[in-house]
Structure formats: structure tokens, C-alpha cells
Design a protein around this ligand. Structure first.
Ligand code: 13P
Length: 248
């Protein structure tokens, strides 16, 4: 009932020309996908990649958006600027932004509401650190990230949630399919309590963290996992397309 969504997060990789070459290689490999497909690219790659994606089934995403519509915010990018190039998705609150760039649940919340207001689909990232998992704080951490970061969203199914355990990002250490499924079930239950049960049934929740061609089938077979947010394995067309085509 929930259509899976596989999105690549290129992070700070690929110049515009390298990005175009990557999506040109990717397009034929994913054209028959049975899920939503997106690539979230560095802001400066957006114009060229948008052009290259025209007419394909691969949607364009950004990696951040500012919460104000315009003004004196040096270095920031507004939702309208993204929209003009046909950007559909925007990653918000990635753990790297929380860790290195001072992102908090409050700024995540402001960016998410601004993105929704502008008609973008936020991919809101949440997840616990290794220390938090090992000390039994995972559920409390996620609950706060949901209650604070997603405050004021009228219909939670209008966003995509990415569950990314920080200890699994770029480490080659994937959460087991059961672990990911169980934690995502908790996220959905919390959304049902905080928002509404019907919207919680509809909201798509991705898993992210060392997902690759080898483990995607097992993860995607889990009933609660509705897709993936892919870092390293999204940088090569054969690797990313193997994940997109997880059901073939
Ligand atoms: P990796 O797939 O490289 O672990 O990165 C996951 C991620 O952070 C996607 O946003």
C-alpha cells in the first residue's frame, strides 16, 4: 500500500559534470523501477542534473533548504530557488548536518515546515548514535526528534522519514533487517500517537546506513521499511540501480 522510495544522497560528491554523467548512466538502468526514485544532489549541481533528468522517472532532490523565503542569509538556499529547477524532495536534518553544522530539532522543524509550505517533499532524517543505542536511549531520542522536529505538520504522510542510525552511516555496519524493522515500527507507532493513526499508516519511512546491492533485498522485504536513503552506494550507477531494482 505504501509505494517504496529509494533516494540517493550524494552528499558532497560529484561536480555538475560528473553528476550529469552519473544520471545519464543511471537512467536506462532504472527506467522500469517499481518504486519512486530520486537523487539528492549538491545545490550547485541542480541546474545541470535537472536538465539531464528531464523526461525520466528519476526525481530531483536537494540536501538542505533554508526556512526563510528570502533575505540576508549568506550561503543559504530558499525553497523557491529549488522549486524553479523542478526539485521535488529535500533532505532535512541529516545527522551530518546535525553533527557538523549545528542543526537542531528546532531548525529541522522550521526547514520542514518551510519546505512543505513551498510544495517540496521533505525527507526528514532521524536516528540515534551508537552510545545512545548502547545505553538504551534509542526510543527516547527518536521520540524527541519526532515530537520536536516534526511539530506542527498537519499530515505526517506528506513527508518522508529516513531512519538513519548514525552508527550505520558510512561504516559498513548495517542495522540488521530486524533491528531496522523494529525501530521503524516504533517510529510509526510514535507518529500514530503524536499525529494520527491513519497518516502514520501512510507515511513512508526509509532505512539509511550502509545499504547496498547485497543487503537491500533483505531490508526491503521487511514490512515496515518503505525504502532507502543511500549514501556511498548511490555514487555508482550499477550499485544504485541494483538497489532501485531490489524487487527484480
Ligand atoms: P551510507 O549509505 O554511505 O552509509 O550513507 C547513508 C546516508 O547517510 C544517507 O543519507
Amino acid at each position: 500500500m505504501r509505494r517504496p522510495i529509494i533516494a540517493g544522497n550524494w552528499k558532497m560528491n560529484n561536480t555538475a559534470s560528473a553528476g550529469v554523467a552519473l544520471v545519464e548512466a543511471l537512467k536506462p538502468l532504472v527506467k522500469d523501477a517499481n518504486c519512486d526514485v530520486a537523487v539528492c544532489v549538491p545545490a550547485i549541481d541542480i541546474p545541470a542534473v535537472a536538465e539531464a533528468l528531464k523526461g525520466s522517472n528519476v526525481a530531483l532532490g536537494a540536501q538542505n533548504v533554508h526556512f526563510e523565503a528570502k533575505g540576508a542569509f549568506t550561503g543559504e538556499i530558499s525553497a523557491d530557488m529549488l522549486k524553479e529547477y523542478g526539485v521535488k524532495y529535500v533532505i532535512i536534518g541529516h545527522s551530518e548536518r546535525r553533527q557538523y553544522f549545528g542543526e537542531t530539532d528546532e531548525t529541522v522543524n522550521k526547514r520542514t515546515l518551510a519546505a512543505l509550505n513551498a510544495g517540496l517533499i521533505p525527507i526528514v532524517c532521524i536516528g540515534e548514535s551508537l552510545e545512545e543505542r548502547e545505553t538504551g536511549k534509542t526510543e527516547a531520542v527518536l521520540e524527541t526528534q519526532i515530537k520536536e522536529g516534526m511539530k506542527g505538520i498537519d499530515d505526517i504522510s506528506k513527508i518522508v522519514i529516513a531512519y538513519e542510525p548514525i552508527w550505520a552511516i558510512g561504516t559498513g555496519r548495517t542495522a540488521t533487517a530486524e533491528q531496522a524493522n523494529e525501530t521503524i515500527a516504533f517510529i510509526r507507532k510514535t507518529c500514530a500517537e503524536v499525529f494520527c493513526p491513519k497518516c502514520a499508516e501512510k507515511v513512508r519511512i526509509q532505512y539509511g546506513g550502509s545499504m547496498n546491492a547485497g543487503n537491500c533485498k533483505e531490508l526491503m522485504a521487511m514490512p515496515e521499511i518503505d525504502g532507502g536513503l543511500i549514501g556511498g552506494a548511490s555514487l555508482k550507477a550499477p550499485d544504485f540501480s541494483a538497489i532501485v531494482n531490489f524487487d527484480k
